[in-house]
Design a protein around this ligand. Structure first.
Ligand code: ADP
Ligand code: MG
Length: 314
């Protein structure tokens, strides 16, 4: 392709909300053999909502939700946003009218005066969050996060989490002051175009793969819905990059599509990194393509554009 053709293709991409950082990335996309998709926020809408909140220790629901949402308030993760949003609504319905007035005057549902002070916050990509509230440690996240911190998960809680996972939901466990105090169930629907795009890629001779930090049970349920056979679950951020490299071993060209901080090592390792425009800045920086419309159809647009630009004879 001539420099002019590359320029034109880059322009066509931009007009379709596909930002391409340079001609090399544009050229590699035509040869893509595997497209590895992150799950949360990539195949799914990333607009998770809390469907269940179960408290185990007799704490009032409002108090439980406030603790969890306060811990999650500084996380950018879609699951964190879902929890904060749910708690916001809970308080809006629950609080006395004076607080409601305060909420109204401070821009409706953006009022967050109920949040507790948090110290020593850390986000643990692929696992959850950790911080201290009122001098006690709180952990919000996966089983792995809790067990690694020496928190035991009683059978009734495990059964409850399994039940959530079998219906494609993510179970979020909450430990406070060294014991499990509750579980939240979060549902994150697939993007409407996800299954069609997976089918389209297959027809183009490209193999779709799903990689996620989420647990195997939820991962399998989601993969079944979207029509992906090759699934890798419970993969930590560095592990996502290893998955990419394993596909590259035989010289295959691999694209990664992701949105999160946890996807950035894989986006960087991929031959073609594609970040969801609504994703985190770190993912966008690590990628060569940015899909500004947040629509997975643009993965196909990007490959098509490259094929059309670089294939001399069609
Ligand atoms: P994905 O790879 O599908 O984008 P992540 O790697 O971001 O998923 O997260 C993997 C798992 O880690 C989640 O399913 C959840 O159990 C847990 N997790 C990560 N971040 C958070 C958070 N902020 N709050 C609660 N759980 C979290
Ligand atoms: Mg994600």
């Amino acid at each position: 392709a001539t420099p002019t053709a590359v320029m034109v293709a880059t322009g066509v991409g931009a007009n379709n909300g596909v930002l391409i950082k340079g001609g090399d990335a544009l050229e590699r996309a035509q040869m893509v053999k595997y497209v590895v998709f992150d799950k949360t926020g990539t195949l799914t809408q990333g607009k998770a909502s809390v469907t269940t909140a179960k408290v185990f220790n007799g704490m009032a629901r409002g108090e439980f939700l406030t603790l969890v949402a306060s811990a999650e308030a500084s996380s950018e993760h879609p699951l964190a946003k879902a929890i904060v949003e749910y708690t916001r609504h809970f308080h809006f319905l629950d609080e006395p009218s004076t607080t409601k007035d305060a909420q109204k005057s401070s821009n409706e549902s953006n009022y967050s005066g109920w949040l507790l002070d948090v110290s020593d916050f850390s986000a643990l990509p692929g696992k959850g969050v950790q911080c201290f509230i009122e001098g006690k440690q709180i952990l919000v996240g996966s089983r792995k996060l809790l067990t690694e911190n020496g928190i035991s998960i009683p059978k009734f809680a495990e059964d409850f989490v399994v039940e959530l996972e079998e219906s494609a939901k993510t179970g979020i466990l909450v430990a406070y002051d060294s014991s499990l105090i509750g579980v939240l169930g979060v549902a994150d629907p697939l993007k409407r175009e996800a299954a069609v795009v997976v089918e389209g890629l297959t027809k183009m001779g490209v193999k779709p793969v799903m990689v996620t930090g989420d647990n195997w049970r939820t991962a399998r349920a989601v993969a079944r819905e979207v029509g992906i056979q090759d699934v890798r679950a419970e993969v930590m951020p560095a592990g996502k990059a290893d998955v990419i490299r394993s596909f590259q071993k035989d010289g295959s060209i691999v694209a990664m599509v992701g949105d999160g901080i946890n996807d950035s090592p894989a986006l960087a390792a991929a031959d073609v990194g594609m970040a969801i425009g609504a994703g985190t800045d770190i993912a966008i920086e690590a990628a060569e393509y940015v899909l500004m419309r947040n629509n997975l159809e643009d993965v196909i647009t990007a490959i098509d554009l490259s094929r059309k630009t670089f294939t001399r004879i069609r």
